[in-house]
Write a protein that binds this ligand. Structure first.
Ligand code: PLP
Length: 392
């Protein structure tokens, strides 16, 4: 591997973990304090209240030291019992991974299959729910924003399918790559458990995840018999902080306090969403321009479901996405996301969520174009100009 260019910052265009704002980095560099210290408890409580505002929920929230997988597992073991059937909407690598976890935990998994480029047909969800006359399906699980394919699934339409069929299943949503980037409303959309993590839209280091839980979710929890201890919400409610069985990662809370300040006070949550939409449109304009001349194209073929936090880009036949990523990284110090699961080598991903502005997006797009030229990947030059037009 040739030496990286030593000067300048690395451009980090992965869809999570994401860039950490300098003020958040500084805030996390906090000396250890006792997590029962009243000064820390004040910070902790303010953070939990802020997280609830970002989730748009007034219900319970439980936090874990662990990445998104921890919150995925917590949501399943706290709500369900061995052999329970769940219905997962297929969206891509992350929906398959959540399904595989559920299977390993002893749940029966039914899935609504989908073309990953066009997205799940919600009429098929309605049919599956209507066909389940005995209400054997205990939960419907949806990845709000499929980070592997760059597609967003409209959660209100999933809620509508549950309501239209009068199906009582719990509604579980993964908001790992949507929270703090795309509109998300836990209570209004009738979500019973949502799963979030620290390292994407919240712009924090990896290592903390959480679940919001509705009153209906808490009632299901009381009846759930899957084994659990660290993740057990009942154990958590007995703790002084009503979360965390074990040591609390205090430094992440100092960072979270600052990231909530940036999101809510300095920029405003609705402006955060608008910025993500604006930057995402620029990325898509560039890719659509490149796609001429047998160039790479948007993986997502459904404009109504384009993700505003990540774009997956399908390479032309015969060209390897990982070879292009290697050129971008080794020659130009640009870190791009790779294809996951069956999309390995076929797709690369530009993350455009978190602490990001126009110059960072334009720099990333220009460098992708430079890497394509260097690696001999066919494309129509001028994608950056298309992005500028989209932003201007
Ligand atoms: N769900 C989605 C949508 C994700 O994007 C990810 C990670 O990127 C996960 C779940 C898993 O989270 P983690 O890698 O933090 O365990």
């Amino acid at each position: 591997e040739p030496a990286r260019k030593p000067r300048g910052r690395q451009f980090f265009a992965n869809p999570g973990p994401t860039n950490i704002p300098d003020s958040v980095l500084l805030a996390t560099a906090h000396q250890t304090v006792d997590f029962n210290d009243p000064n820390f408890i004040a910070v902790y409580e303010a953070c939990v209240a802020g997280l609830k505002r970002v989730l748009k929920t007034q219900q319970e929230i439980f936090l874990y030291t662990g990445s998104g997988h921890a919150a995925w597992e917590a949501s399943l073991v706290n709500l369900l019992s061995p052999g329970d059937r769940i219905l997962i909407l297929e969206s891509g690598y992350f929906s398959l991974s959540w399904a595989a976890m559920a299977q390993d935990l002893g749940l029966a998994v039914q899935s609504v299959a989908a073309d990953w480029r066009r997205g799940v047909d919600l009429a098929a969800l309605r049919e599956a729910l209507a066909a389940d006359k005995g209400h054997g399906i205990k939960a419907v699980c949806v990845v709000h924003n499929e980070t592997a394919t760059g597609m967003m699934i409209p959660l209100p339409e999933v809620r509508a399918a549950l309501d239209a069929t009068g199906h009582p299943a719990l509604f579980l949503a993964d908001t790992i790559s949507s929270l703090g980037s795309l509109d998300f409303r836990m209570d209004e959309w009738g979500i019973d458990a949502c799963v979030g993590g620290s390292q994407k839209g919240l712009m924090l280091p990896t290592g903390m995840s959480f679940t919001g839980v509705s009153a209906k979710g808490m009632a299901a929890h009381a009846a759930s018999t899957l084994p659990k201890h660290y993740f057990n919400w009942t154990n958590m409610l007995k703790r002084p902080h009503r979360s965390f069985v074990g040591t609390i990662p205090v430094s992440l809370f100092y960072g979270l306090q600052e990231s909530l300040r940036l999101i809510e006070q300095e920029e405003g949550l609705e402006n955060v969403f608008a910025r993500h939409t604006r930057l995402a449109k620029a990325v898509r304009a560039a890719v659509q321009h490149w796609s001429g001349n047998n160039g790479p194209q948007l993986f997502c073929l459904n404009p109504a479901r384009y993700s505003d936090s990540v774009t997956a880009i399908l390479m032309p036949e015969g060209y390897d996405a990982d070879a292009l990523r290697a050129v971008a990284l080794q020659k130009f110090n640009l870190s791009l996301g790779g294809g996951l699961g069956p999309l390995g080598g076929k797709v690369f991903r530009i993350g455009h969520l978190g602490d990001l502005n126009e110059p960072m997006i334009l720099g990333t797009l220009a460098t992708v174009e430079l890497a394509m030229k260097t690696a001999g990947v066919p494309h129509t030059p001028g994608g950056v100009q298309a992005a500028i037009e989209a932003l201007a």
